[in-house]
Design a protein around this ligand. Structure first.
Ligand SMILES: [Zn+2]
Length: 413
């Protein structure tokens, strides 16, 4: 661990810290009571750095690959109604924009349980999913979404192309940030994409993380934190380029980037130029901007701990909502435990009656809220805060309040 890490894209030595979040358990490793009592939880460094050559922000590879299990994505695809609505709207818009029909093909990489491709299929467009997790792929196939069980990389791209798979539209939602070898992953697309096809990627926008101090989006399963600036370099190295972008509300602010082959006849849009200019105005092309981040993160933690002390002093019972990865990074960095937060409510039955990694806060079904009667509910997945406040509006019956922590503590009565 003492040797200097190297950039996962351009291999330059990484000598600049964005933020060091200390030793943390894997954010999706929810503990059963038995695991909790055995006290064998492992922790790994969680340290985000920036490359001063390509400006890719990245976390160290500190966790053995076989211990990484990314359940966060499953959380969004299966348990958030607003996320599914977002997917349905995207499919409908893409069918219109790219004039997709029965002779087209849409390929999604990391297609999960077919949560997105089902809407293309309903629109009469042939689809193919590529998904590395066999049991998730099986769910998709059961829904009638043809799915290839594979990790996507250059070799997979070549193999699919050799089998005659040629896509009019390829899509990757929140996968670009989750692959360890971002260059090798992007290299696969040029083989499968038709000469005038479009490739779209969605990823949380680094600009939002920097400006809104969303350091809780940093966790072990999340390898890269992406700006347009950095992604354009990765595309260029693989014969691809971006031509358009949409800014989305998902994950606290994401980009949906539309890309094509380098020589394809798509003109660059004003929207793309605007985002590029905004990143430069925010200093994402300067190391000093990244080095200023740690102080902002420390300020968020200090403000949250002040709130927690005041709430305790006033005798308020604090609970949390949403056992998402980002919540765990936040709670563990703030060294919050069961003495501070009595429970964390979550709709996902797979997480209920377990404990959050690190903080060991018990995860309960939302059915138990009225029983626990929290005075304050800390919303951990702030990106779906509106949805949660609607579902939990009844806590106001006993004077309950909603709290979010970043970039400042906000209390909604
Ligand atoms: Zn680099």
């Amino acid at each position: 661990m003492s040797s200097t890490p190297h950039c996962r894209f351009c291999r330059a030595p990484l000598t600049h810290t964005v933020v060091d979040l200390g030793l943390q358990p894997i954010s999706n490793d929810y503990l059963t009571e038995e695991q909790f009592r055995s006290g064998t939880e492992r922790v790994y460094p969680l340290h985000a750095r920036v490359c001063d050559v390509c400006f890719l922000v990245q976390a160290d590879d500190s966790v053995p690959a076989d211990e990484i299990f990314d359940a966060d994505y499953a959380y969004f695809s299966s348990f958030s109604t607003s996320w599914l609505e977002h997917c349905r709207q995207y499919a409908e818009a893409a069918i219109r924009r790219f004039q997709l029909g029965p002779d087209s093909l849409v390929v999604e990489v990391a297609s999960n349980d077919g949560y997105l491709l089902q809407y293309f299929k309903q629109g009469g467009v042939p689809v193919l999913g590529v998904e590395p997790t066999a049991n998730t792929a099986a769910v998709a196939i059961e829904k009638g979404v043809p799915t290839e069980v594979a990790f996507f990389n250059e070799e997979t791209g070549r193999r699919l192309a050799a089998q005659g798979v040629k896509a009019d539209l390829m899509h990757g939602a929140n996968v670009l940030a989750h692959v360890p070898d971002i260059g090798g992953f992007v290299a696969g697309f040029q083989h499968v994409l038709k000469p005038e096809g479009t490739l779209s990627f969605e990823f949380p926008h680094l600009l939002q993380m920097m400006e809104k101090v969303q350091f809780d989006t940093i966790y072990h399963e999340h390898f890269s934190y992406l700006s347009l600036l950095a992604v354009e370099r990765v595309l260029a190295a693989n014969g691809l380029r971006a031509y358009d972008v949409e800014e989305l509300w998902t994950h606290g602010g994401s980009l949906r980037l539309f890309c094509c082959h380098k020589d394809a006849p798509f003109a660059e849009t004003e929207a793309l130029k605007r985002v590029r200019a905004a990143e430069i105005a925010a200093g994402l092309d300067r190391i000093a901007t990244y080095e200023a981040f740690t102080a902002k993160v420390e300020a968020v933690r200090a403000e949250f701990l002040d709130y927690l002390r005041a709430a305790k002093a006033a005798g308020r019972k604090v609970a949390a909502y949403g056992a998402a990865a980002k919540g765990n990074t936040f709670l563990n960095y703030a060294h919050v435990g069961t003495g501070d937060i009595v429970a964390c409510f979550d709709r996902n039955p797979a997480k209920q009656d377990k404990r959050l990694p690190g903080s060991h806060i018990p995860v309960l079904s939302p059915d138990k809220v009225a029983e626990v009667r929290p005075d304050d509910v800390l919303i951990l997945p702030w990106n779906i805060k509106g949805e949660i406040m609607e579902q939990m509006a009844f806590i106001r019956d006993w004077g309950g309040r909603f709290v979010t922590a970043a970039p400042h503590v906000e209390i909604v009565e």
